[in-house]
Design a protein around this ligand. Structure first.
Ligand code: ADP
Ligand code: MG
Length: 649
């Protein structure tokens, strides 16, 4: 005689509870050969379901040994157990245990999904089975649209989809009318005739009469084990033997798993649209604010940077007054200082300035503007091009020439559309020849119009307009910015020497100003981004919260999936995928809405700069949020005890 298919040896199952626990099974020993048809009978609470769950590898014995085809089960990992369960057993439950959101066909193929069967083969097999069971026209119906007998047939099709050698049926006729019950028993008979091993739990004597062997249990003990007279004890067909995979054998590629999990996730999200929308909202708000805030922050930064850059970035600015003071009227910088500074290495342009606000007159048009006396290098140092005409030269400065170069604003005021080059304007009754007009420069960081200026040779200004020999400032253009700091120290040393050791001047470096402003703007952007990320985090916590509720609600579904062969990682993957799908969807919508918000802000006149990285970042964050915040609920789901999960339905 060959080895038994199912062999229990002194198996006990004690549930926690009471002082010593509830002993549902007490040292049960029995063996079942492949191809047998066994009925297990006993009063309610005698331990029948507990025995079935143990045999079906949904539960583990508290004591004793359990072997399937000679293989000890207690040594197997949870995932190996799930694989063994999937390949060996088909479950039929009293209450059908179908997924309410899935169609008949989808329900039938669940075990095949976990067995890694390709989708087209799955569908084909499911349709064939449903057709054989007389449900060919009901494949797209949901359980709620089917009668009890039809639902039970769907669950039988599900039990058969992986072609398991053993069918375990726990009171399969308990909820059926007598005709459906009789049909079901005929079905079990024919499955047995095909060579399958059938174990059916029942307390209906007519059901037991169909079996070839009846095992009676009471209070966790086997009290009788007898063969029915009648047909031979073992089916005519050669019994189907279980497939024994080595522990941990791979099945179903991970990519197939993921796409299937994504499909299941979409289905369960669609099943609860209002809740899904609310969950999405949290993520959308988070992502949209990240995208919009960073676009606005970047826009503000670019604007400030552009204004500072318009001043020129490789300049040293020397002003009168001790460092830290803000007095423009002190007389500490003189022409001699500017002349001395021309000798400093790495300084290629020196442009001293002396300015005053005076009225320019052309014909009967008056315009008040800043009149700035400077040297010929000024325009080059400021990187300021001419729109028309020329700039004055060193020669003009040396000869006290009465020439003027106008800023765009001044030219516009005095001459309207005409540039004015070649005409004379009066400043303090001195006629100046207009020789050039500067290009538009725009506003400073503080908002003053840089084009509202008229430039004249410093010598002419000092002798004929300002009357004094001191300077408002000296601008130095540095040839090599890499050593700007070195140059700044040299300039300071030189001026200290000229001023008898008194530091009555201040030197500023525009590159340093730019850097400082950039840092300020960056931290502002980071701050905006951080606030937005926090809202994304809150969205993520919302996802986790709803998922945790979802796991509790769907405990029954998880139980069904586990009973039909899902490994822990399948459940983990499914729930985590749901979270990732929600967050990914929320991320996409959020990016769209965030960009829209930024566009609206731009239309309202705010500086907004679009770059792809905030969108990518925010989407990646949302995706990650799904992974991270979905993990806890998914793990909770995966760790559920299959028996407890099943019984929650
Ligand atoms: P049957 O299916 O024969 O009606 P069960 O196998 O479901 O009986 O239960 C046998 C005994 O084990 C009962 O006394 C029941 O209360 C107890 N039992 C079953 N499952 C659990 C459980 N998860 N926790 C505690 N006690 C349980
Ligand atoms: Mg029971």
């Amino acid at each position: 005689m060959s080895a038994p298919l199912i062999e229990l040896d002194g198996v006990s199952r004690v549930f926690p509870g009471g002082d010593a626990g509830v002993c549902a099974l007490d040292a049960v020993s029995l063996s079942i050969m492949a191809g047998e048809y066994v009925a297990i009978m006993g009063p309610s609470g005698s331990g029948k379901s507990t025995l079935m769950n143990l045999i079906g590898c949904l539960d583990r014995p508290s004591a004793g040994a359990y072997r399937i085809a000679g293989r000890e089960v207690s040594a197997l990992s949870a995932d190996a157990l799930a694989a063994l369960r999937r390949d060996t057993f088909g479950f039929v439950f009293q209450r059908y245990h179908l997924l309410a959101d899935a169609t008949a066909l989808e329900n039938v193929v669940i075990p095949a999904v976990y067995a890694g069967l390709p989708a087209d083969q799955r569908a084909e097999r499911g349709e064939t089975l449903l057709g054989d069971l007389g449900l060919g026209d009901r494949t797209a119906h949901r359980p709620g649209q089917l009668s009890g007998g039809q639902q039970q047939r769907v669950s039988i099709a599900r039990a058969l989809v992986n072609d398991p050698p053993v069918i375990l049926a726990d009171e399969p006729t308990g909820a059926l009318d007598s005709q459906s019950g009789a049909d079901l028993l005929d079905l079990l008979d024919s499955l047995h005739a095909e060579g399958r091993t059938i174990l059916v739990v029942t307390h209906d004597a007519s059901v037991a009469a169909r079996a070839r062997r009846v095992i009676r249990i009471r209070d966790g003990h086997v009290v009788a084990d007898e063969r029915n007279p009648g047909p031979e004890a073992v089916a005519a067909a050669a019994p189907v033997q279980p497939v024994m995979r080595p522990d941990g054998a791979a099945d179903g590629g991970i990519s197939g798993d993921v796409s299937e999990a994504a499909r299941m996730a979409m289905r369960s999200l669609k099943a609860n649209p209002f809740r899904t929308a609310l969950t999405l909202l949290g993520v959308i708000i988070g992502v949209a604010s990240v995208v919009a805030m960073l676009a606005i922050g970047e826009g503000g930064k670019r604007q400030v940077m552009a204004r500072i850059q318009a001043m020129g970035t490789n300049l040293l600015l020397i002003r009168p007054g001790a460092p830290g003071t803000h007095r423009a009227d002190v007389i500490t910088l003189r022409n001699g200082d500017a002349e001395a500074l021309t000798d400093v290495a790495n300084v290629d342009i020196v442009a001293p300035e002396r300015s005053n606000t005076l009225t320019l007159r052309f014909g009967n048009v008056d315009h008040k503007a800043e009149i700035k006396g400077t040297w010929a290098g000024f325009a080059r140092a400021r990187d300021w091009n001419l729109e028309d005409g020329i700039f004055f030269t060193d020669e003009d400065v040396r000869t006290y020439a009465a020439v003027v170069v106008l800023g765009r604003t001044v030219a516009a005021h005095l001459f309207g559309g005409d540039s004015g080059v070649g005409r004379y304007v009066m400043i303090r009754n001195v006629p100046f020849l207009v020789i050039g007009v500067l290009e538009t420069k725009g506003a400073t960081t503080y908002g003053t119009d840089m084009d509202d200026v008229a430039l004249i040779p410093l010598t002419t200004g000092q002798s004929r307009l300002f009357g004094r020999e001191h300077l408002s400032s000296v601008m130095l253009h540095v040839a090599d910015t890499a050593v700007a700091g070195e140059t700044q120290r040299e300039v300071r040393a030189l001026l200290l020497e000229r001023h008898n050791g008194v530091e009555d001047f201040q030197i500023r470096n525009t590159a340093a100003i730019l850097k400082a402003a950039e840092n300020t703007q960056n931290s502002l952007t980071v701050l905006l981004g951080a606030v937005a990320l926090i809202s994304l985090l809150v969205g993520g916590i919302g996802v986790m919260n709803i998922m945790l509720v979802g796991v509790t609600e769907r405990t029954g579904e998880i139980g069904i999936r586990m009973a039909t062969g899902a490994r822990m990682r399948d459940i983990l993957l499914q729930f985590n995928t749901e979270a990732v799908v929600v967050c990914g969807l929320g991320g996409l919508l959020g990016v769209g809405i965030g960009l829209l918000a930024a566009i609206v802000c731009r239309l309202l006149g705010m500086p907004v700069v679009f770059s792809p990285w905030p969108s990518v970042l925010a989407f990646a964050c949302a995706f990650l949020t799904g992974l991270v915040f979905g993990f806890l609920p998914a793990r909770k789901a995966a760790r559920l005890d299959p028996v407890a999960a099943l019984s929650s339905e």
